[in-house]
Design a protein around this ligand. Structure first.
Ligand code: C5P
Length: 210
């Protein structure tokens, strides 16, 4: 069983994916972390995340075992991620790892859930269940600002809102694997749902596909 979850930044897809993975005993891959790791590596090397040579070199050198870095959660890493993610060679370099994870996840697991922007459209177009998770941009900015505050990072709400809008626009407008729902995705708007209610809806969709 492969579950593909896509949606814009701070829509709640990561929380949902983790909850589904725990409930159904699935392996979980946050594919945004791969792009964040590439973006952060370019920044660390003093490069330009919008430069194809810099970004592709970092993507080819990326170690998917080394994603446990708090800096990858920062706004700077998220913005760099969305710049490198628009480059075709970067997406190509990360594709195999994601597909192999989806099919050959640890054998003691009953399936895999991947979240990102193009899981249902490009990475796993034959996923058994596809969810496209959205929420109003102001609500997403409130959630993201609260996450930053909980980690002790001082970030202005207006800045978070502006960054989310820039990132969504870039992700949706790019030529390579743009952010959009797969034709057969279930749409889940979490604007007025708490985590539990969103999880129950997603769980019911997976249960029905089992
Ligand atoms: O989900 P997250 O906010 O961590 O993703 C960071 C950035 O990585 C996104 O804004 C997007 O540009 C890119 N991304 C992508 N494809 C994915 C996952 C993330 O292009 N499957």
């Amino acid at each position: 069983m492969i579950v593909a979850i896509d949606g814009p930044a701070a829509s709640g897809k990561g929380t949902l994916a983790r909850r589904l993975a725990a409930h159904f005993n699935f392996a979980y891959l946050d594919t945004g972390l791969l792009y964040r790791a590439v973006g952060q590596a370019v920044l660390d090397a003093g490069g330009d995340p919008a430069n194809a040579d810099d970004a592709e070199a970092a993507a080819r050198a990326m170690n998917p075992e080394a994603l446990d870095d708090d800096r990858l959660r920062s706004d700077a890493a998220g913005n760099a991620a969305s710049q490198v993610a628009a480059i075709e060679g970067v997406r190509d370099a990360l594709l195999d790892f994601q597909r192999v994870f989806a099919r050959l996840h640890p054998h003691e697991r009953d399936g895999a859930v991947l979240d990102g922007r193009d899981i249902g459209t490009v990475v796993c177009p034959d996923a058994h269940v596809k969810l496209f998770v959205t929420a109003d941009v102001e609500e997403r900015a409130r959630r993201r600002a609260a996450e930053f505050a909980a980690r002790g990072a001082a970030v202005e709400f207006d800045q978070v809102l502006t960054d989310l809008k820039v990132r969504d626009a870039r992700d949706a407008a790019r030529a390579q694997a743009p952010l959009k729902p797969a034709a057969d995705a279930h749409l889940l708007d979490t604007t007025d749902l708490d985590i539990e209610a969103a999880f129950e809806q997603a769980r019911d969709i997976v249960d029905a596909a089992w």
